[in-house]
Design a protein around this ligand. Structure first.
Ligand SMILES: C[S@@+](CC[C@H](N)C(=O)[O-])C[C@H]1O[C@@H](n2cnc3c(N)ncnc32)[C@H](O)[C@@H]1O
Length: 398
């Protein structure tokens, strides 16, 4: 029997999860079913919560998605009573129940992916293209295996937080898939449990139900960082899936990489961030380049930042012709630095700026080009289709 939140009627706030039983606390009941047939709750296990304060719980569906390659999902979130309604977990539950019933949303590994996992010199494992991957192609769509509220590590006692995380991983069908992921080089022998190290080393920071969360995707976690990446990720907070898209054409034998750090940083700032936040020294091709090449890249990135600010200032002053002029320069610097995710965004900005500057011919030309790029780059991603619709209207009006 469970209450209206799906909690089992045992004293959940007094039990400890999993096999780690404390003499003063009973163990929480084990999983009641691998496949949950209750349409009112998406969870296959009774939620398990931290000790006496019981403000965080782990919610698991070990059978998600019901298709090939399922690796289950565990979510560490606030107890519904520990927050003002609606609680983050209730909005997650809602979209979870929807996405569980809509199989087309669910990530499935490609039966013949254009990449393989290989050992990469000085980076551990990584993904390497096995055939040409054209710019804009979707390489992977994967749902999260672990989603954890970003405030949970500092909101619960360390031992309780660790138990919760261990439980979150242990409940998944293949815990070793998670525990076998890379750990940070800073931490071995530092007394940090593997589960915590794995989460820190491999997770993305994402927004779910309006709150910051860590999200771990076991297959995507094998993608290494590059300051000049070949791919990018797009997270969807509704389906809890992450999509990897080719940033540019990727040749066979080339490593697939994404950027963990902000593009606007100089090489020293990036190195510092990567070391502090992720605990590794970056050995990507840009960081290993000749000092003159690194200096040229730093100069371009500083110029990009400066020109970006100038465009905004001109727009704020309604000096749109000047904004168009500076935006062209900005785009040349972005292209030279190979930071172009797709031209569509740029052409769209240019179209809107031309329109604001009264240049209808220019606006139409840029809107057409934006449409061609967006249609080629995205394959049904909701946000981009919204902008495609708006652009189509714009072209029709012009
Ligand atoms: C998310 S994992 C990426 C996959 C990992 N290489 C593996 O073997 O599973 C992040 C870890 O990979 C390594 N790594 C990623 N990008 C790197 C880079 N550019 N230079 C050096 N090491 C890198 C670091 O050890 C980092 O902590």
């Amino acid at each position: 029997a469970r209450d209206e939140h799906g909690f089992s009627s045992h004293a959940w706030n007094e039990c400890l999860p999993g096999p780690l039983v404390h003499p003063e606390h009973p163990a929480c009941p084990t999983a009641f079913s691998e496949d949950n047939n209750d349409p009112n709750t998406p969870w296959t296990h009774p939620p398990s919560c931290t000790g006496s304060d019981a403000n965080y719980c782990v919610f698991t569906n070990a059978a998600f998605p019901r298709t090939r390659g399922r690796h289950g999902i565990s979510i560490i979130s606030l107890h519904p009573n520990a927050t003002t309604s609606p609680s983050p977990i209730s909005s997650i539950e809602e979209s979870f129940l929807i996405s569980s019933s809509q199989h087309h949303h669910i990530a499935e590994p490609d039966s013949d992916p254009p990449y393989e996992v290989r050992d990469i010199h000085s980076k551990g494992k990584g993904l390497v293209a096995t055939r040409l991957i054209p710019r804009g192609s979707v390489l992977m769509v994967e749902h999260a295996a672990i989603v954890a509220d970003a405030l949970f590590p500092i909101s619960v006692r360390r031992d309780q937080g660790r138990l919760l995380l261990q439980e979150a991983i242990a409940r998944l069908p293949n815990p070793d898939e998670i525990l076998g992921l890379a750990t940070s080089s800073k931490n071995p022998n530092a007394g940090v449990p593997a589960a915590e190290d794995v989460l820190k080393t491999n997770s993305f920071t994402v927004t779910v139900a309006g709150r910051s969360h860590f999200a771990l995707f076991p297959r995507i976690a094998r993608i290494n960082h590059a300051c000049d990446p070949s791919a990018l990720t797009k997270f969807d907070g509704k389906t809890l899936t992450n999509t990897v898209l080719a940033f540019r054409d990727i040749k066979p034998g080339e490593e697939i990489s994404i950027s963990y750090a902000d593009f606007g940083l100089t090489s020293q700032e990036r190195q510092r961030t990567l070391l502090q936040k992720w605990g590794f020294k970056c050995t990507c091709s840009l960081c290993s380049a000749h000092p003159a090449e690194i200096a040229a890249s730093d100069a371009r990135r500083l110029e990009i930042k400066e020109l970006g600010e100038q465009v905004l200032q001109h727009v704020e002053k309604s000096d749109f012709s000047k904004a168009v002029e500076v935006n062209e320069k900005l785009w040349n610097a972005v292209s030279a630095e190979k930071l172009v995710s797709h031209m569509g965004d740029h052409f769209e900005v240019m179209a809107r700026l031309c329109l604001a500057a009264g240049d209808r011919k220019g606006a139409k030309e840029y809107a057409r080009r934006a449409l061609a790029e967006l249609n080629g780059f995205y394959h049904g991603a909701e946000a981009e289709w919204a902008s495609v619709g708006e652009l189509e209207e714009l072209v029709a009006k012009l």
